[in-house]
Design a protein around this ligand. Structure first.
Ligand code: SF4
Length: 291
């Protein structure tokens, strides 16, 4: 039976060359007011039999030399430690040259595992978790119904790092609206600092029709920062990051691409942002932005 995906399937840009294996369908939370990624999917976990069949089919289709695998969908880390360990064992058997497995995780998915569990998953070659912090501001997290607190995010990120996992942490520019834009930027940088994120990715909030936050915008209850206000927010964030982290702000949703290691590249990044704010560097036009 061919490897069948239940669309839509999302993966981080850095997993573009990975084999995608759907071990869960949808997102177990699925209630963030800004997110439409899995709204059309009823959450479920795939059965052991389905996963075994998918791995066997992937091996038949792609051969034994697969080196990178990404476990989808939205928060595949919600599977129990025993199920995740069994999946990693299957993957290591099917692909002897496997180098790394990546996964999307919610903070609570990580917090539900012990330190020993996380270390064992790391030994099974789970090497990177992608964590949607979205904001380091508890007011914003509560407003968008993220379902976790900043403290939980920080603990989850810190524990993952302590277990030897790399963490790629996403922050959504504009998610706090105009009113809390700079607070959101400062507190998000503080959360990144506190959890020691290996990678930090800034994406820019883009309203999606059909989501509660889109409705709030239409009713005038939420004001999305302008492109210029977004740059000021990013400037505040970049200024406040103090840890060594690989920073990317080059997602299709961003108005101005920035990539580099912070804090080393801070001066250049701030100069670039200032030039854009002064009008010397053009911003990406709206029609070229993507989610
Ligand atoms: S942002 Fe993440 S946790 Fe929230 S609904 Fe979307 S996929 Fe689920």
């Amino acid at each position: 039976m061919p490897l069948v995906y239940d669309p839509p399937v999302f993966r981080p840009p850095s997993e573009a060359d990975s084999l995608i294996l759907q071990v869960t369908i949808g997102c177990s939370h699925n209630r963030c007011t800004f997110c439409a990624m899995y709204r059309g999917k009823r959450f479920r976990t795939k059965t052991d039999e389905e996963i075994r069949s998918d791995v066997a089919e992937a091996r038949a289709q792609y051969g034994a030399n697969v080196r990178k695998v990404f476990l989808a969908d939205g928060d595949a880390m919600c599977l129990s430690f025993h199920r995740l360990a069994a999946i990693l064992e299957l993957l290591n058997e099917a692909f002897p040259r496997l180098a790394r497995v990546g996964i999307y995780a919610n903070a609570r998915d990580i917090l539900s595992k012990t330190d020993d569990d996380l270390a064992a998953l790391r030994r099974g070659k789970l090497k990177i978790v992608y964590l949607g912090l979205e904001s380091g501001d508890d007011v914003t997290l509560a407003a968008v119904n993220k379902g976790v607190t900043v403290a939980e995010m920080v603990t989850a990120g810190t524990r993952a790092r302590a277990a030897g996992l790399a963490t790629s942490v996403m922050v959504l520019v504009g998610l706090a609206g105009v009113a809390r834009s700079l607070v959101h930027a400062r507190l998000s940088a503080e959360a990144i600092n506190a959890m020691g994120a290996s990678y930090t990715a800034l994406l820019t909030y883009t309203p999606v029709d059909g989501t509660p936050l889109f409705g709030a915008i239409e009713h005038g209850a939420f004001a999305v920062p302008s492109p210029r206000e977004s740059l000021v927010e990013i400037r505040e964030f970049v200024s406040a990051v103090t840890i060594d982290t690989y920073f990317t702000c080059n997602h299709a949703s961003n108005y101005l691409p920035l990539v580099g290691r912070l804090p080393r590249a801070r001066t250049e990044m701030l100069a670039c942002l200032d030039a854009a704010l002064a009008g010397s560097i053009p911003l990406k036009p709206e029609f070229l932005r993507g989610l």
